[in-house]
Design a protein around this ligand. Structure first.
Ligand code: HEC
Ligand code: HEC
Length: 362
């Protein structure tokens, strides 16, 4: 072996051979870190969110390992003082009637399986003063930010949003109306840093480190929603009991076409793009599905809350923490780039073997 290496080193093929090997090694080692650099803005956002949401909140990065995230199951318990409305016929109190009417009102235009209160399991439909404040099922609980947030939200809106969306969120030539979009939509666009936008009327407002905190996002959502109450409320996903295999199948069928099978994201038509999914929190993934930001379709009527939960679990547990059983992950940048690395190594190795045989034959 050593003799072979020595002969190879002395041959005139030593330089090209070494160069090929170096390029092959470099590309294999640098690809994953290159991909990390590309998603750097995303992880910055994750970091920012962590600060904003307070301790113990599930964050997109692996950093939550030190503090085990509380499962969102505790939201299942109604807030003290709230009335649980159970939809059984004989017990229709005036309170329950008001709640039914409110559920119909805010669920207006919301078909089945769309994150609206009509699909709520009765025991998760919670009313306070005749107003629906929480609904959902075992998989996802949707809740309204408390009414005490509204005043602060109004002030924040005037400072950060009304220049484009106008004073009562009615929209302008520079920005769409926010009437009736639902609290989840407002929360998503603020916590992902898309809003406030840098410029009016762009092709696609981009994600960036959020300017407002999570609490402020909910305050603005509370105020915007008070103008035209609407679903969906802000989802809390209970990841316990999620079916990852089901999530993988549903992801491949519904999401991979735009976001790619590894969630790295890809370009779409007319200068738009589907972003990487590596920085989204479980809540943001659920919000994206139920509200359909920008060019993304809104998933209504075809995915139940349990299925949304499975997809969220697959994205935040598998896609964001890939195990790469087959070897190096190579950044999950796709078959063409990864195949190129294989080509460099394979062909490079073959060329070297060829050189060696040629040397021996002399
Ligand atoms: C510089 C102008 C500008 C400012 C300031 C701004 N927005 Fe926007 N907003 C836009 C534009 C433009 C869009 C459409 C972007 C797109 O489709 O990618 C938009 C879209 C949105 C949407 C999505 C609406 C929908 O139906 O999909 C929400 C929600 C939103 N903005 C909320 C806010 C909030 C809340 C603030 C303040 C924190 C804010 N915006 C500040 C320009 C602005
Ligand atoms: C038709 C293409 C398309 C499909 C299908 C699609 N998306 Fe999207 N998705 C987008 C686009 C475009 C955006 C960015 C919207 C914007 O910024 O205006 C987006 C944004 C997102 C975001 C926000 C990411 C972030 O960090 O800001 C998440 C999360 C997401 N999608 C998840 C999903 C999931 C899960 C599915 C499958 C159930 C899915 N998407 C299906 C196009 C798509």
């Amino acid at each position: 072996m050593i003799r072979v290496a020595r002969r190879l080193a002395r041959s005139r093929f030593a330089l090209p051979g070494a160069l090929l090997l170096a390029v092959g090694l470099w590309s294999a080692l640098s690809l994953p870190s290159g991909a990390q650099a590309a998603s750097k803005s995303g992880s910055h956002r994750a970091h920012h969110l962590r600060g904003a949401k307070g301790p113990g909140t599930r964050t997109p990065t692996g950093a939550q390992a030190s503090k085990p995230p509380p499962r969102t199951g505790h939201h299942v318990l109604p807030t003290p003082g709230a009335t649980i409305f159970v939809n059984t016929k004989p017990r229709v109190t005036p309170h329950a009637t008001a709640c039914t009417r409110d559920a119909e009102r805010i669920g207006y235009r919301s078909p089945k399986d769309s994150g609206s209160p009509q699909n709520s399991t009765p025991r998760y439909l919670v009313c306070s003063h005749g107003e629906v404040v929480q609904y959902g099922d075992n998989a996802i609980v949707y809740r309204l930010p408390p009414a005490s947030y509204i005043a602060a939200g109004h002030k924040l809106f005037e400072e950060n949003c009304s220049s484009c969306h106008l004073a009562t969120a009615q929209g302008s030539a520079a920005a769409p109306s926010l009437r009736g979009v639902g609290p989840a939509t407002v929360d998503f666009w603020i916590t992902t840093g898309r809003m406030p936008a840098a410029t009016p009327l762009q092709v696609q407002a981009t994600e960036k480190p959020p300017r407002l905190t999570k609490r402020q996002a909910e305050e603005v959502a509370a105020w915007v929603n008070s103008l035209t109450p609407s679903a969906p409320y802000i989802p809390e996903v209970n990841l316990k009991g999620a079916n990852l295999r089901e999530g993988a199948t549903l992801f491949a069928l519904n999401c991979a076409a735009c976001h790619t099978i590894t969630g790295a994201g890809d370009a779409l038509a007319y200068g738009t793009y589907a972003p990487s999914l590596h920085a989204a929190s479980p809540q943001q993934v659920a919000e994206a599905l139920r509200t359909g930001p920008g060019n993304m379709p809104r998933f209504t009527g075809n995915l139940s809350d349990a299925q949304v939960r499975d997809i969220v679990a697959y994205v935040t547990e598998k896609i964001q923490h890939p195990t790469n059983a087959g070897g190096f992950g190579l950044g999950g940048v796709g078959p063409v780039a990864e195949g190129f690395v294989g080509l460099l190594f394979g062909v490079g190795g073959l060329v070297l073997v060829g050189f060696w045989i040629g040397e021996r034959a002399k």
